[in-house]
Each structure stands twice: as C-alpha cells, then as structure tokens.
Design a protein around this ligand. Structure first.
Ligand SMILES: NC(=O)C1=CN([C@@H]2O[C@H](COP(=O)(O)OP(=O)(O)OC[C@H]3O[C@@H](n4cnc5c(N)ncnc54)[C@H](O)[C@@H]3O)[C@@H](O)[C@H]2O)C=CC1
Ligand SMILES: O=C([O-])CC(=O)C(=O)O
Length: 329
C-alpha cells in the first residue's frame, strides 16, 4: 500500500520562489521518493491566471508523486486539511530596502493566513514562513492561530545557514558535508549572527582551522548577513532558487529529522533559552526528528557572541513592538 499523501500548501505560488519550489516538492525532494503529495496553492486573485500556467507545467512534468493540485485565492479554502504550509507569498524588498521595511505591507497577509490555518488546517500542521520579514511574519501568524501549538511555527534561516556553510567551504576547500554545527542566531536580517565558535571543519574546531578572527568578524559574518542584498544588487531581484532550496531543506529536516552529529538553524518561538526573550521567533541551533525540534542546550557563549545574539534579539523586540502597535498581534 502506498503511504498516505501529504497535503502541502504553498502561498505566493506564482512568484519567483514558487516557480522553483513547486517542482522540487512535486519531484520528491521534500518528502522523499515514496510519499505522494497533494499541492494546495494560494495566490492573490490577479496572479491566478499565471498560476494556472505553472500548474500546466507541473502537469507536463508527469511527476509520479504528484497526486493533485488545487489553486485558489481564499486561504480558508486552500488551507483545508493541510499538513504542511509553506508561507512564501509576500512582497519582496527591492534595492535600498531592509527586510524590516516590509513589516506593514506584509504583516496583514500573515494575520489572515494565521487565522485561516487555525480554522481549517490539519491537526498535525507544520508552518514554515519564508516571506519577509520572516521571523516577525511567523510571530504574526502564530499569534493569530491560538489553537495551533507554538512549536508548529518556524521562520526560514536555513538559507543563511547554507550560505555560512558555503562561505566556510570557499575559505577552506573542505566539502560542506564535512562542516558541522554552524549556527545562525536571531533574525533573518542584517543583524543575524552567523556563529562558528561551536562549528567543526573536518572534525576540528572551525576557529582553529580558520585561525583568523579578523576574517570571521569582518568578512565571514557580514558576507553571510548581507548576502540577500548582494544578490538583489547583482540579479536585480531577490534570491529565489536558493531560497526555494533552503525552504525544502528546512521542511525536509523538520519532518524527517536531521543528522544526530550536526544541527540546523531554525527560527522558532524562544522558550527563554540562552536568555532570549520568551516568545520571540528567534533562530537557534536545533535538532529535529519526526516533526519536532529542540534547541541545542548548554553551548558556551563568549562575549563576542553574546553581544551579537543580544543585538539581533533587540531588533526582533523592536519588530514585535511595531506589529503590536499596528494591531497585528
Ligand atoms: N527567508 C528567506 O530566506 C527568504 C525570503 N524571501 C522572501 O520570500 C517572499 C517571496 O519572494 P519571491 O517569490 O521572490 O517574490 P515574488 O514577488 O516573485 O512572489 C511573491 C508572490 O506572492 C504573492 N502574494 C502576495 N500576497 C499574497 C497573499 N496574500 N496570498 C498569497 N500570495 C500572495 C504575489 O502575488 C507573488 O506571486 C518575499 O517576501 C521575499 O523577501 C526571499 C528570499 C529568501
Ligand atoms: O534579501 C532579501 O530580501 C531576500 C532574502 O531574504 C534573502 O536573500 O536572504
């Protein structure tokens, strides 16, 4: 008997990220080669025609795992019974904007979608937020879905995590598979803190292998934290295929588990670990298994890390205060 199909909602499905994400999901990259998927795609009314074209292309791929595709513009219909909701749809920033500038424009979307998920999603739903500002959008959705446990919400910092791995690979030549225990702390913004003090490169402490704290502070951290802007400057549009790939990686590891000798970065509701204010959606090192996650505990935090972890938390507190004032949470 084939496994029960998983219902996956994707919002902003006609957008740039959607155009990569949907094909990867339907091809089995998220749930593996044995699990059929049913896609339930949300778009705003004016983008539905374009989405119809994307669905025609999905049909034309004849993906064996793709059981059905439904599209619509009403989240109360599209989210019906979904087991996984990937909230991508939101306005992207353009050159010169910070992601926080999108708070007001995109905040309202996540209020309505949080309410709809609360009303109609499956009991086991997991919700991953990619649309920016991702952490605070996840906070808004979570706050508007009081019946869904808080640990079912996360925001995407896996792209930052992958960017950090790639930069370390570029510096050392060690394959990314042999680089472990990198952490992105905090906000998916320029204040994020990519931390290598616990990382291992080829089984050795990363700081010893790199042996250049000046490079860590003045090249590695800003390169990872500002990579989104660099891509906008180069491409004239924000990252899309890499964002889709990270969205898949994050959901895959959340639902199916991550390696035990490594961890991943995920922005989740803080339980106060590492002194981060309770309830903020903050990126931590987490281990995942079977649809649940737990924050890696007891890492020693030096003064260099502490200052950066607190600065990115302070930005998230400001964002939370701003959306509270706007009445979104
Ligand atoms: N967390 C991360 O690492 C990353 C996040 N992003 C963010 O992802 C979001 C999407 O990016 P792109 O696909 O490039 O943008 P895009 O503009 O190409 O697509 C966004 C889509 O969302 C749709 N949309 C707008 N409001 C909607 C609503 N209420 N319900 C459903 N769909 C709605 C639009 O019609 C559009 O088709 C942006 O906020 C972007 O900043 C992008 C890259 C990385
Ligand atoms: O920078 C942006 O606006 C898009 C994004 O989140 C990223 O590439 O990390």
């Amino acid at each position: 008997m084939s496994p029960t199909p998983v219902k996956i909602a994707v919002t902003g499905a006609a957008g740039q990220i959607g155009y990569s994400l949907l094909f990867r999901i339907a091809g089995g990259d998220l749930l593996g080669p044995d699990t059929p998927v049913q896609l339930q795609l949300l778009e705003i009314e004016p983008a539905l025609k374009s989405l119809e074209g994307v669905v025609m292309e999905l049909d034309d791929c004849a993906f064996p795992l793709l059981e059905s595709v439904e599209i619509g513009s009403d989240p109360n219909v599209v989210f019906e019974g979904v087991n996984l909701a990937l909230l991508v749809g939101a306005r992207p920033r353009s050159a010169g904007m910070e992601r926080g500038d999108l708070l007001e424009a995109n905040g309202a979307i996540f209020t309505a979608q949080g309410k709809a998920l609360n009303a109609v999603a499956a009991d086991d739903v997991r919700i991953g937020v990619t649309g920016n500002p991702a952490n605070t959008n996840a906070l808004i959705a979570m706050s508007n879905a009081p019946d869904i446990p808080r640990d079912r919400f996360s925001a995407l910092t896996r792209l930052d995590h992958n960017r950090a791995l790639s930069q370390l690979h570029g510096r050392t030549g060690v394959p990314v598979a042999d680089i472990r225990k990198v952490t992105i702390w905090g906000n998916h913004s320029a204040t994020q803190y990519p931390d290598i003090f616990h990382a291992e490169i080829d089984g050795r402490p990363a700081v010893d292998v790199i042996d250049d704290l000046e490079w860590v502070e003045n090249t590695f951290i800003p390169t990872v934290a500002k990579r989104g802007s660099a891509i906008i400057d180069a491409r004239g549009a924000s990252s899309a295929a890499s964002a889709a790939s990270a969205t898949i990686d994050a959901a895959h590891d959340w639902l199916l588990g991550s390696q035990t000798d490594d961890w991943v970065s995920m922005a989740v509701a803080s339980d106060g670990s590492y002194g981060i204010p309770e309830g903020l959606i903050y990126s931590f090192p987490v281990r995942t298994s079977d649809g649940s996650w737990s924050i890696v505990q007891d890492l020693e935090i030096n003064d260099f890390s502490r200052a950066r972890m607190d600065a990115t938390a302070a930005e998230l507190v400001e964002e939370r205060d701003a959306v509270t004032k706007l009445g979104l949470i």
